[in-house]
Design a protein around this ligand. Structure first.
Ligand code: PEP
Ligand code: MN
Length: 343
């Protein structure tokens, strides 16, 4: 439920309400607004009737949250969530859109990865991405370098200062991946791996949750809700395309409308992945532009030092030159959108 405090409610009154709700097993999200404090209390309303808490001193009004995504939705938190990293990089709200880029898989060629990372840095990107644990359709395909791949990503961070985004596929691997990653990526195939969601929900580390290829927006936000319910509110959503009706021209259908829809219903940051969203190199630039104009807080793009020989996602991986040329265009757009956001 949403407990709206009087504008002149005292700290003692607010604390008393919070304490009472916590005693009843509710999870609390406190929003100190300029005018009044709003307490979002998530729990079983049978344990604390709204009328009872409404009678506490300093309480103006109590409303039930109607949205199914009680923490991820805007009813419990109206202002945008902005996730800030120790190096000052921010994602969400009106912050400048960020770029996460790198190879689909981390491969044995460390020098290749470092060249990509230097390029991401050069064009103003903030994150190096790369999979060390790879979810592959076939068991005969490259499955990832696991810890060695994580070490390579850490090396790329060391030499460039970029933050590391990398996928974790299994609850058991979370402690290891969290040692190396700045952002834990949950891939599309695991969007509804509830055990994994609950596990990353216990970490104090941002999670990038990719939309399942056949997931509705409601299912997507409820998956984010699982992470938040477990205690981690630093969730970045990623629209990466859904199964369409025509796979002869694209791998997936990038659901651009999902971006403003999610921004309407959720305060969480949302980025777009036009690489997996289209599966075709030539579509990445136009779809990146479309996603930015639609309001994406960032982009995830696959770039490889030698895409034709990459172990995964060859058809959608840009080479370094293509990536840098595209980023010249995208940076102009990002700059213009950032200016418009602050005028
Ligand atoms: C990836 O980002 O490397 C990946 C496997 O993406 P998705 O989970 O969206 O397919
Ligand atoms: Mn990939």
């Amino acid at each position: 439920m949403i407990i709206i405090m009087e504008p002149n409610a005292t700290k003692e009154q607010i604390d008393k309400v919070v304490k009472k709700m916590e005693e009843k097993g509710f999870k609390i999200n406190l929003n100190y607004g300029d005018v009044m404090t709003v307490i979002a209390a998530i729990g079983d309303k049978r344990l604390m009737q709204p009328e009872s808490i409404a009678s506490f001193d300093g309480v103006r009004n109590v409303k039930l949250i109607q949205e199914p995504f009680k923490m991820a939705g805007r009813e419990s938190k109206q202002e945008d969530t902005v996730i800030e990293f120790p190096n000052g990089v921010k994602i969400g709200g009106l912050e400048k859109s960020v770029i996460m880029a790198g190879p689909c898989s981390v491969e044995e060629d460390l020098d290749g990865l470092l060249r990509v990372a230097e390029s991401v840095k050069k064009v103003g990107g903030q994150f190096i991405r790369g999979g060390a644990f790879k979810p592959r359709t076939s068991p005969y395909d490259f499955q990832g370098m696991e810890e060695k791949g994580l070490e390579y990503l850490a090396k790329a961070r060391e030499t460039t200062g970029l933050l590391v985004v990398t996928e974790v596929m299994d609850s058991l691997d979370v402690p290891l991946v969290a040692e190396y990653a700045d952002v834990l990526q949950i891939g599309a195939r695991n969007m509804q791996n509830f055990k994994l969601l609950k596990t990353v929900g216990k970490y104090n580390k941002p999670v990038m949750l990719k939309r399942g290829a056949a997931a509705t927006i409601k299912e997507f936000l409820l998956a984010a809700e699982h992470i938040m319910h477990a205690g981690n509110h630093q969730v970045i959503l990623c629209e990466r395309g859904i199964k369409g009706i025509d796979s002869s021209y694209t791998r997936n259908t990038l659901d651009i409308a999902a971006i403003p829809i999610i921004k309407k219903y959720s305060h969480l940051p949302i980025i777009a992945d036009p690489s997996h969203g289209t599966g075709r190199r030539y579509l990445i630039e136009p779809m990146s532009k479309a996603a930015l104009v639609a309001g994406a807080h960032g982009l995830m793009i696959e770039v490889q030092h030698d895409p034709d020989n990459a172990y995964s996602d060859v058809a959608q991986s840009l080479n370094i030159e293509q990536f840098e040329n595209m980023m010249q265009e995208l940076n102009r757009l990002i700059g213009r959108l950032n200016y418009a956001n602050h005028c």
